[in-house]
Design a protein around this ligand. Structure first.
Ligand SMILES: NC(=O)c1ccc[n+]([C@@H]2O[C@H](COP(=O)([O-])OP(=O)(O)OC[C@H]3O[C@@H](n4cnc5c(N)ncnc54)[C@H](OP(=O)(O)O)[C@@H]3O)[C@@H](O)[C@H]2O)c1
Length: 339
């Protein structure tokens, strides 16, 4: 079997497409033939900064969807032929076999989920990084109880609700029972409402924090949790100010940054890390992918969002997809279908 791969030979270099061997799975791993892969901001950030990767050459990429070609001796959850989506762990391991942007990728059993027949490979590829980042943030870092019969109450702020991570957080928070206050550009408000947002606000309009506080006060829905999916310098203090308006709370961000002196003391700040599912939180990853994600895809309660933008050309177009994403996307996930 040939394995065409988007290889970066040295830190900060551009991609060269070359053939490499098809890897074999270790005991708790599966080998997946990729039918679609998706791009995340971290891909071009790592390419241009050289951060995270300790060994070159490397194949980057975290989001894959395809069919199981082989399973390791300890694998119980998957069998050959299963259609799966999964979080490729290259950024946790610097293992080239665990990079998404090639025809065959090794996935860890606890970072993969079977997808139902009604879901296409292209749709499935949008999920892993967003679900891992949102899931670790919600259930591991914010410490919100996993879904049970009894619903949560109160307000939940999602800043950056049109981003890949934000749309996953929005759906998780709404399904847990929170009243979701979603912040995104106005042209993405309808989509945010479809995903379960009760109230939507445009961050480009003036004094969003004051508007959110006043709306939540009149609805008697105090906001104690916030998830800043974009975590830009302007968003974190505003999300924190909203929590402060209700006496404080817990704020999850997606990017680490030096402590911001403008943040109120009543706000506890935590940082999510998608890579925890591969690096440390193995049992949590198993629950998130093997149980929760499979369940919400099967019962169709989880919606594919943001909208998919196809990048044609397969592995040869991975560099182009990085370059397009670097220019910025609005309510879009870039996906490359593979033969
Ligand atoms: N810690 C981790 O493990 C981890 C994992 C994944 C991602 N991340 C990081 O999390 C961030 C989001 O990733 P992603 O893949 O979800 O990004 P993305 O989908 O590419 O984000 C694009 C969206 O960001 C929104 N946005 C930009 N500036 C905004 C602002 N000031 N306020 C509100 N929304 C804003 C835009 O919303 P509108 O179109 O509505 O304007 C746009 O739709 C990135 O920085 C990424 O590197 C971290």
């Amino acid at each position: 079997m040939a394995n065409s791969a988007a290889i970066i030979k040295q830190a900060k270099e551009r991609i060269i497409v070359e053939k490499r061997d098809v890897p074999g799975p270790q005991a708790s791993e599966i080998l997946v033939k990729n039918r679609a892969v998706a791009v995340n901001p971290v891909d071009w950030k790592v390419q241009s900064s050289g951060h995270f990767i300790t060994k070159y050459p490397i194949v980057l990429g975290s989001d894959i969807c395809g069919t199981v070609e082989a399973v390791g001796s300890d694998v119980k959850h998957f069998k050959e032929g299963d259609r799966v989506t999964g979080f490729a762990a290259v950024l946790a391991s610097s293992n080239i076999d665990e990079g998404a942007f090639q025809q065959y990728t090794i996935l860890r059993e606890n970072c993969a989920a079977r997808i139902p027949e009604n879901l296409s490979f292209v749709e499935g590829a949008t999920l892993p990084m967003a679900v891992a980042t949102a899931g670790v943030g919600m259930w591991e870092k914010l410490g919100i109880a996993k879904p049970t019969e009894s619903k949560q109450s109160g307000g939940f702020l999602v800043w950056g609700a049109a981003s890949s991570v934000g749309s996953a957080v929005l759906q998780m928070a709404a399904s847990l029972g929170f009243t979701v206050f979603a912040i995104c550009s106005s042209h993405n408000h309808e989509e945010a409402r479809k995903l379960g947002a009760a109230e939507v606000f445009d961050y480009n309009a003036g004094d969003v924090a004051r508007h959110v506080i006043s709306r939540a006060e009149s609805a008697k829905t105090p906001i104690r949790y916030a998830f800043d999916a974009v975590s830009v310098p302007s968003s974190i203090p505003q999300a924190a100010a909203i929590l402060e308006g209700f006496g404080g709370g817990k704020l999850c961000r997606t990017l680490p940054s030096p402590e911001d002196p403008r943040l109120p003391k009543s706000v506890e700040v935590v940082t999510t890390s998608a890579y925890d599912v591969a690096a440390s939180s193995h049992d949590f990853g198993r629950w998130l992918f093997n149980d929760w994600l499979e369940g919400v895809l099967q019962d169709k309660s989880y919606k594919i969002s943001p909208a998919i933008e196809i990048v044609e050309g397969g592995i040869e177009s991975v560099q182009k997809a990085f370059d397009v994403h670097k220019q910025g996307v609005s309510g879009k996930k870039l996906v490359l279908p593979l033969a």
